[in-house]
Design a protein around this ligand. Structure first.
Ligand code: ACO
Length: 428
């Protein structure tokens, strides 16, 4: 194969190098495009054909349903690793040794206390506030309480900022939930594992001990691992682009949380449950909603189906479906919402509209079902997603800064008015 691509603009040929990734993906390097063509740009709304960076963190092949973190398959990581191991792997590039893992966890715990003044901010939010708005604001507020910017040339500085946010973020997640439920805000228990601590911080009642359930701990561990990174998705691209202006880590993460909130991205897990509730309240007629989803004059979409990249199956959905069955069996949950979910899944997998467009259940279709069984309120689902995605965002931010990437600043094709003379108000 030739290692250049030729583009003809106004009868003139321009050559651009082809670059190949380690998984043999090929890209046309158009860095010189504007310079060599006298200002011509590419246009690609939604970036369906645009690589924004070179990255060594996560590989995914949407056609084959492959997802790997730093070369390790998601199936193996979900089965054999814990969430902290995966976080370390994503951020620092290698699986930790036992010593590295223990030190990492000890350092995270030592930084997990959040300034007590942040409680006042939590108190100021109305109970009705959406938890993602609260979480994004609290993460941004951390910047004010930890103003020193990270020196990216110092390994130690980078490491400290990483363990700081990994320690404090679960506290903010738990406070976001507890505020909504009118429960006292508290800190975790340093004798526990990372995920056990998250569960206890979220669910401990003030007047009773919190008893851990291993099936739930394992399922949450798995869910967090499956959500930990997904290369250049909307929220991760946001974190990278905000960070590219040399904004701090916490400020970049706060922007990423806002991006994740939307129902076409992380907000889909909440939207799935709300859709299932709506179908139940409307009599449980799944066929009616299948028809709505296929009707082009109806804006309704089957939430939890389809994916921008996975066009055969979402490998995370396969793993999580098994975990969902385990949790539901262990907790003995009988829930009409689940029957509706199973009905929709079966009908969609057999329907030519969905099959032809390669629309399969995605990870959010099942994660919401597990969260509901665990007793997590629907509007907290996306917060749980953020907790899982945190190591990925950190890893991507760190990579972008270490590679000294330029500020992200796309171009546009202007389609507005050409120059026109100003009209005074009485002449308009
Ligand atoms: N229900 C019904 N039709 C759908 C759905 C759906 N969920 N998703 C896509 N389609 C249809 C579109 O209408 C379009 O049909 P057409 O070709 O006849 O016009 C075709 O499938 C392709 O859809 P696009 O929107 O072009 O696909 P895109 O890759 O841009 O969008 C997305 C992917 C946003 C995930 C979309 O499938 C969707 O809206 N799904 C529901 C929301 C959801 O579950 N999001 C979670 C994503 S996973 C995550 O963020 C972790």
């Amino acid at each position: 194969m030739s290692n250049t691509a030729t583009l003809e603009v106004n009868g003139q040929k321009h050559e651009f190098p082809l670059v190949t990734g380690t998984e043999n993906e090929v890209a046309i390097d158009v860095k010189a495009l504007r310079g060599s063509t006298g200002g011509v740009i590419t246009i690609d709304p939604g970036y369906k054909n645009t690589g924004s960076c070179e990255s060594g963190i996560t590989f995914l092949d949407g056609e084959k349903g492959i997802l790997r973190y730093r070369g390790y398959s998601i199936e193996e990581l979900a089965e054999k690793a814990d969430f902290l191991e995966v976080a370390y792997l994503l951020i620092f590039g290698e699986l930790p040794t036992k010593e590295q893992h223990d030190k990492f966890h000890a350092d995270i715990k030592s930084k997990s206390v959040v300034d007590d003044d942040i409680r006042k901010i939590v108190d100021a939010f109305p109970k009705s506030a959406h938890p993602m708005g609260v979480l994004s604001s609290l993460t941004s507020a951390l910047t004010a309480f930890n103003p020193s910017s990270v020196n990216v040339d110092s390994e130690e500085d980078m490491y400290n900022s990483v363990v700081k946010i990994l320690g404090k973020f679960p506290v903010l997640v738990a406070w976001t939930l507890r505020k909504k439920q009118g429960l006292p805000l508290d800190y975790g228990d340093n004798s526990l594992g990372y995920v056990e601590n998250v569960l206890k911080m979220m669910f401990k009642q003030p007047n009773q001990d919190y008893v851990q359930n291993k099936v739930i701990v394992d399922a949450l561990d798995k869910l967090l691992i499956l959500h930990a990174d997904h290369e250049q998705n909307c929220s991760t691209s946001t974190v990278r682009i905000v960070g590219s202006s040399h904004a701090g880590l916490f400020a970049s993460l706060s922007a990423g949380i806002s991006a994740l909130w939307g129902p076409l991205h992380g907000g889909a897990n909440q939207a799935v449950l709300e859709m299932l509730e709506a179908i139940r309240e409307d009599g449980g007629d799944t066929k009616k909603y299948m028809a709505k989803a296929k009707d082009k004059s109806d804006p309704f979409r089957l939430m939890g189906f389809g994916h921008r990249v996975y066009k055969n199956f979402d490998p995370r959905a396969k793993i999580i479906k098994v975990a969902a069955d385990e949790v539901l069996a262990d907790l003995g949950v009988e829930d009409p919402i689940l029957d509706i979910a199973k009905g929709l899944e079966k009908e969609a997998l057999e329907d030519s509209y969905f099959v032809d467009r390669k629309l399969y259940p995605n990870v959010d279709f099942y994660s919401g079902i597990i969260y509901r069984a665990m007793g997590i309120p629907t509007d907290m689902f996306t917060v749980m997603f953020a907790l899982g995605r945190l190591p990925g965002w950190i890893a991507q931010w760190r990579e972008m800064r270490l590679r000294k990437e330029p500020i992200g600043r796309p171009r546009q094709l202007y389609i507005g008015e050409t120059h026109r003379a100003f009209k005074p108000m009485n002449k308009r």
